[in-house]
Design a protein around this ligand. Structure first.
Ligand code: 2AM
Ligand code: CA
Ligand code: CA
Ligand code: CA
Length: 263
């Protein structure tokens, strides 16, 4: 039987340590490399932080699998739905890390045989640790976060990546117009993990994205659901944690109103 509380405590400690490492690293110049395009950045720190997690996990939980964005873990043969898996984004919002030196986060989740169990999102600049262990409530640092209440689009701040409001291959951009028009406001931080964490604490009300990966959202899903929030694909289906997918995160009830415009 796994001791989730112990895994949760370890994961929070490692995440804070990694955050301290990132905070310190900003005192020096950041070397940037490019992945798939000129706007798809990666730094030495992305790989280093993922490796730090991998070392600790391998030492204490040698049977656990690691799904990290930078793929620094040697290839593992496993079935997500049958394994204990750590889902890690060492820096979510690398562009912000490089350009803004703020508005980035470390995202760490633990899934047990496909079930979301632990979610941790840490903003090391604001020193805000959002966390949840399924069934035990969600917290911002040591303060318990209150369950989310429903809200209407006209009272809502919606986060949407600006790339999706121009012609693109995923959605007819016109479908987003009524959402932009009817919402109280549109915001975009540039860190998927933080957009979800901010819904958890009421700074945003919904977040739409069209191509996120498991490590972007794994932790956010646990935290948001613990508070009664909704996390589905744009069509309202369960998110597949082994693939990229469209995503819609929100307070209870708001997803349905947003989907009615996108249909
Ligand atoms: P990342 O910083 O970990 O890559 C805004 O860029 C948000 O979308 C971030 O959370 C970013 O995560 C994520 N994202 C996912 N795929 C991306 C890509 N190909 N290029 C840039 N950002 C991406
Ligand atoms: Ca990236
Ligand atoms: Ca990411
Ligand atoms: Ca990343």
């Amino acid at each position: 039987m796994l001791n989730y509380e112990m895994i949760f405590e370890n994961a929070k400690n490692w995440t804070k340590e990694a955050g301290e490492n990132l905070r310190e690293s900003l005192k020096q110049a950041i070397e940037v490399e490019f992945k798939t395009s000129a706007s798809d950045l990666v730094t030495k720190k992305d790989r280093e932080i993922e490796q730090l997690f991998a070392q600790k996990i391998n030492e204490i939980y040698p049977s656990h699998m690691i799904l990290g964005e930078e793929g620094t873990v040697a290839s593992q043969d496993y079935v997500f739905a049958e394994s204990e898996v750590w889902v890690i984004d060492p820096i979510d919002g690398t562009t912000n890390f490089v350009n803004q030196k703020m508005n980035f986060a470390i995202s760490v989740a633990f899934y047990d045989k496909g079930q979301p169990v632990i979610g941790i999102i840490y903003d090391p600049i604001k020193d805000e640790l959002f966390s949840a262990l399924k069934g035990h409530g969600a917290y911002l640092n040591d303060e318990r976060i209150e369950s989310l209440k429903a809200c209407k689009l006209q009272e809502a701040l919606i986060s949407v990546n600006s790339l999706w409001t121009i012609p693109n291959e995923k959605i007819e951009e016109k479908k987003l117009f009524p959402i932009v028009e009817n919402a109280r406001g549109i915001r975009y931080i540039g860190s998927a993990a933080l957009e979800i964490a901010w819904i958890a604490v009421g700074r945003l009300d919904a977040y739409i994205d069209f191509r996120l990966s498991p490590w972007d959202i794994g932790a956010g899903i646990v935290i948001l659901r613990e508070l009664g929030g909704e996390a589905t694909t744009l069509e309202g289906h369960e998110i597949d944690m082994t693939n990229t997918s469209t995503t819609l995160f929100s307070r209870p009830g708001l997803s349905a109103e947003i989907r009615s415009y996108l249909a």
